[in-house]
Write a protein that binds this ligand. Structure first.
Ligand code: MRU
Length: 366
């Protein structure tokens, strides 16, 4: 995969001054680009998960705030649009981070200059996100190359990487976080294969990760979430790389529900477990994982399944008999002790208070 604007999952159409996103709720069966016209469109895109993944949620919100300021640049409108966008999803901290960056850039300006400055800020954030993910890919590539060297990987014995949910280009703007090292390794000719766990209940692994890896020509196999422990026990996984929605200052990692079980299985089987994230995913105000708000989503996501039938028509089927109830926590927290390292755009850091302090220092923030 190259640094190719055509692969971006959110684009700023300069000619029409419009934001365009891939509607991820329609993947993998339909690739549909959607234009966002109103603040409601931006909020709906995030809450309905037409865009999802922590970094992409943040970038979408930044453009949403710029859009709101183009309609009304008053202090009241800025505060109200920021609050409305912030309420769309609770767990990914990149949402708050990106809104803060844009709001802080425009707040000191007179209202007449705010819309243009907000748009400049959103465009710059998007560029920085792409660069961060490319850099995460470079740092992760070094880890994969070393693992492949130690294991004697070859075309006959490719490096086996497991991932969860989707932390690829669809979750960021380009490259991804967990998948950036995979794309870099594939481009460098390192033979590898990805186990993509399906990620019930919304199936981001099946719908999104498998789709984008196939588009890039990376060998990939979808597996049921519950089979991942068995694959590790059988020696079929060389490393696990996942993304993060919010990482606490002590190194605890919040990510898509099911991540914690993979980390436990990895620890029990001596499989290195890495988390790839931009520094914008660290919540410095959050001392430990227990403080992270876990999104509870609609029970229908668990009780129903949807897909397309043989004719390509969308179908939804109810899985459980009435009146079965379901709980649907969308994220979990993996304790720092289970994480081998945090792969960031600034290098690889220990998942510990000391490691995070070093990352903060690298950011120039103390
Ligand atoms: O609910 P989602 O699909 O927004 O959750 C996304 C994830 O959990 C990703 O793994 C995480 O955001 C990392 S994205 C680079």
């Amino acid at each position: 995969m190259a640094n190719d604007e055509a692969l971006a999952s959110l684009r700023w159409n300069v000619r029409d001054a419009a934001v365009e996103i891939i509607d991820q709720t329609l993947l993998p069966h339909t690739l549909h680009w959607l234009r966002l016209h109103t603040l409601d469109d931006y909020c709906h895109a995030i809450s309905a998960m037409q865009v999802r993944g922590a970094p992409l949620i943040g970038i979408t919100a930044a453009f949403g705030l710029a859009h709101a300021l183009a309609c009304d640049a008053s202090d009241a409108a800025l505060a109200s649009a920021r609050a409305t966008l912030l309420a769309t999803r609770p767990t990914a901290v990149n949402l708050r981070w990106a809104l803060d960056v844009v709001a802080q850039a425009v707040a000191p300006l007179p209202p007449g200059q705010r819309a243009a400055a907000a748009l400049d800020s959103a465009i710059a954030l998007r560029e920085a996100e792409i660069a961060s993910c490319a850099s995460i890919g470079d740092h992760g590539l070094a880890i994969l190359q070393e693992l492949a060297r130690v294991l004697g990987c070859s075309a006959q014995r490719p490096l086996q990487v497991m991932t969860h949910c989707n932390a690829g280009r669809l979750a960021t703007v380009h490259w991804g976080t967990a998948l950036a090292p995979v794309y870099k390794a594939h481009a460098a000719g390192l033979p590898l294969h990805v186990w993509a766990s399906e990620t019930r209940p919304r199936n981001q692994g099946t719908h999104l990760t498998a789709w984008e890896l196939q588009q890039a020509g990376v060998p990939c196999t979808v597996v049921a979430d519950n089979s991942c422990g068995q694959l590790m026990r059988a020696g079929q996984v060389d490393c696990v790389i996942v993304g993060s929605d919010r990482t606490a200052a002590n190194g605890d990692v919040c990510n898509k529900v099911g991540t914690y079980l993979k980390a436990l299985a990895a620890a029990d089987n001596g499989v290195p477990f890495y988390v790839a994230l931009p520094a914008s995913t660290v919540d410095w105000e959050c001392a430990c994982g227990a403080e992270i708000p876990i999104e509870e989503r609609d029970a229908r996501e668990v009780l129903w399944a949807s897909g397309v039938d043989a004719s390509g028509a969308n179908q939804s089927v109810r899985l459980a008999a009435e009146p079965t109830r379901a709980a649907n926590p969308a994220f979990d927290v993996t304790p720092a002790r289970l994480v081998q390292g945090l792969i960031t755009e600034h290098g690889v850091f220990a998942a510990s208070p000391e490691g995070l302090a070093r990352l903060r220092k690298a950011l120039g923030a103390g």
